[in-house]
Ligand binder design. Structure first.
Ligand code: UTP
Length: 457
């Protein structure tokens, strides 16, 4: 079809869906730009856009909902022997190639406002390591222990994909074998203005935005990643956010425990601090495991306490999950609900309020009858990098990492006077979660001191 007839077809299509403005600048574009704009418009599923916009306008009601608390195991309440047992089991699964990890790194990081992919962000540790490097080195630590690399799936979005790849290449994949990392792109959807009109980022470009972390399994399938997982014989996929500086990637204890429990999904949770903390909560919703966002939580559920005066609903979601491959295969083609977010985005007319449609990974949970929930220590496992300053920012995340490393040294019996008020950072290549630390590592009087693998004799 030549450009003219393609143009006519598309013009009719746009008229049908009242989106004619997408061709407002068409005449002023170069031939190449014209073609690329027509191709972009052809990619849009207009029926879906109409359906999503109508969803906002006719805000629907869920009806009567029954909430119940979900059972959880507090990891800290297991004894040393039990922890060692689950840890060893998890390491065995890793050793036998049964475990892979998946990082969702396709978000836009708009609150952080960083240039480039969030995983490339340096939170200001003395080592200046990026979030991706911290994750790679934790995976390498485990991999070295079992002499086998843990396959690592990295979800990007079409906009940050090349930059993410370039960052990994520039850093020689942080020592990871290239064939053990699988990069794949998630889907995008157009953003809409408040009247349901599709926004443009330039005269020739539609404002496409990533479709949420819940799109990860369908993107994995489309890219061949799911087949790759199956061919490798992987059973468990460890899922996590790119922006948690304390993430214990592929945590063997968590994997071992969840494997024994045998539910198709497992999640780590932390204790909610107070009724008003803005976190999503794990609950049984109409008998199914679910995450309820803080905006959706009924006031009586939010405040309810048990006999010991603790919050009854207190399991905060930190986006650390484990999925069994059979479950992923079962749900990969299901239609998750789109959730709408109102966000300010950059368009051809400057910064405007827009509707973004996103799929959330936790909307998969009700597809399983049961889940394993493990409660972990916030200070040891959760250092989110969301905002530029204030809470959940690079600076709070950096301090959480440094405080944890100080605690590891004290737990290892290193005298306090040797640590003093020095800033000490421990490379993930040296220690995954506080093991293998000895006094000779802190003899060096540098401040800040970065304990690297080269120091180990
Ligand atoms: P957030 O919801 O915190 O979004 O993502 P974000 O994009 O990082 O930050 P804001 O809201 O724009 O400030 C939680 C996790 O889900 C990933 C993010 O990369 C992060 O790891 N994510 C989010 C995707 O991979 N794709 C998406 O479309 C959205």
């Amino acid at each position: 079809m030549n450009n003219q007839s393609k143009y006519e077809n598309i013009k009719n299509l746009l008229q049908k869906y009242k989106q004619e403005h997408l061709l407002n600048h068409y005449e002023s574009l170069s031939l190449h730009e014209q073609e690329s704009l027509l191709n972009e418009i052809q990619r849009i599923d207009f029926e879906k856009i109409v359906m999503l916009y109508n969803q906002i306008v006719n805000c629907n009601n869920d009806g009567e909902i029954e909430f119940k608390p979900l059972e959880a195991q507090n990891w800290g309440e297991l004894d040393k022997k039990q922890k060692e047992h689950f840890n060893a089991l998890g390491m065995d699964l890793i050793k036998n190639g049964k475990v892979a990890s998946l990082v969702v790194a396709g978000g836009q990081g708009s609150r952080l406002g960083c240039d480039g992919p969030k995983g490339t962000y340096n939170i200001g540790l003395p080592s200046q390591k990026s979030l991706f490097q911290l994750q790679a080195e934790r995976l390498i630590n485990l991999s070295n222990k079992v002499n086998r690399f843990i396959p690592w799936y990295v979800m990007t979005n079409p906009e940050n994909h090349e930059e993410t790849l370039y960052f990994f290449k520039k850093n020689r994949f942080f020592g990871y074998p290239q064939h053990e990392i699988f990069f794949f792109k998630q889907d995008v959807l157009p953003a809409l203005d408040m009247n349901g009109k599709i926004l443009m980022s330039s005269p020739s470009q539609i404002c496409f935005v990533p479709n949420g972390n819940g799109g990860c399994f369908s993107a994995l399938k489309r890219s061949g990643g799911l087949n790759d997982l199956k061919q490798r014989g992987v059973e468990w996929l460890f899922y996590y956010n790119v922006d948690n500086a304390l993430i214990k990637v592929a945590d063997p204890g968590f994997i071992g425990y969840s494997h024994v429990k045998g539910h198709p999904i497992a999640s780590k949770v932390i204790e909610k601090r107070n009724p008003d903390e803005k976190v999503g909560l794990f609950v049984l919703k109409n008998g199914r495991p679910s995450v309820i966002e803080y905006t959706e939580l009924p006031e009586n559920i939010k405040q309810q306490k048990n006999l010991s005066e603790q919050l009854l609903y207190n399991q905060a979601n930190i986006s650390i999950h484990l999925f069994h491959i059979n479950f992923i295969e079962k749900v990969v083609d299901c239609n998750l609900p789109y959730r709408v977010a109102k966000k300010s985005i950059k368009t051809i007319s400057g910064q405007v309020d827009a509707y973004k449609f996103e799929l959330f990974i936790f909307d998969l949970f009700p597809y399983s009858k049961s889940m394993t929930i493990i409660k972990v220590n916030r200070e040891e496992e959760f250092a989110p990098v969301k905002n530029k300053t204030g809470p959940d920012s690079p600076s709070t995340a950096k301090n959480l990492v440094l405080n944890l490393h100080r605690k590891w040294l004290l737990n290892a019996g290193i005298p306090e006077e040797l640590i003093d008020d020095r800033v000490i950072e421990i490379s993930p290549l040296v220690s995954y979660c506080g093991e293998g630390l000895s006094v000779d590592l802190v003899q060096n009087q540098l401040n800040p001191l970065v304990i690297e693998r080269s120091q180990i004799k």
